[in-house]
Design a protein around this ligand. Structure first.
Ligand code: SF4
Length: 110
C-alpha cells in the first residue's frame, strides 16, 4: 500500500483524494491517511501531491517508516467516523500555494 508521511501534517491541499480510483483517503484534524487494505498501488496520488508526502511503503524514507503503521491505525478509525474524503476540500489552497508547503509541521499536530 501507499503511505502518507510527515509532509502532509497540517497541509491540506487534498489534491490526492480527487485522483484516487478507490477513494481510500481518510481525513483527520491535520492529516490524511491511506487505508492500506483499500489502496490498489496505482501511484495516481504521488505526482499530484504538492508536498511529496506519499510513498509506496517499500520506498518510505527511513525517518518516516513509522508512518506506515500510523496510516494503518488512523485510516480505519477515521473511516469509522465517516471521514472519507473524495473531493478537494472547499477552501483548500491551490497546489501552487507554497505558503502551505513551507509550513512548519510536527507529528504532534496529527
Ligand atoms: Fe489511491 Fe492509487 Fe494513491 Fe493507493 S496509490 S492511495 S489507490 S491513488
Amino acid at each position: 500500500a501507499y503511505v502518507v508521511a510527515e509532509p502532509c501534517v497540517g497541509c491540506t491541499f487534498t489534491d490526492c483524494v480527487e485522483v484516487c480510483p478507490v477513494d481510500c483517503f481518510y481525513v483527520g484534524p491535520n492529516f490524511i491517511a491511506i487505508h492500506p487494505d483499500e489502496c490498489i498501488d496505482c501511484n495516481a496520488c504521488v505526482p499530484v501531491c504538492p508536498v511529496e508526502a506519499i510513498y509506496p511503503e517499500d520506498e518510505l524514507p527511513e525517518k518516516w517508516a513509522h508512518y506506515a503503521e500510523w496510516n494503518a491505525y488512523l485510516a480505519p478509525r477515521w473511516q469509522a467516523l465517516g471521514h472519507n474524503l473524495v473531493e478537494k476540500r472547499p477552501g483548500s489552497p491551490p497546489a501552487t500555494d507554497l505558503s502551505c508547503a513551507d509550513r512548519p509541521r510536527s507529528e504532534a499536530d496529527i
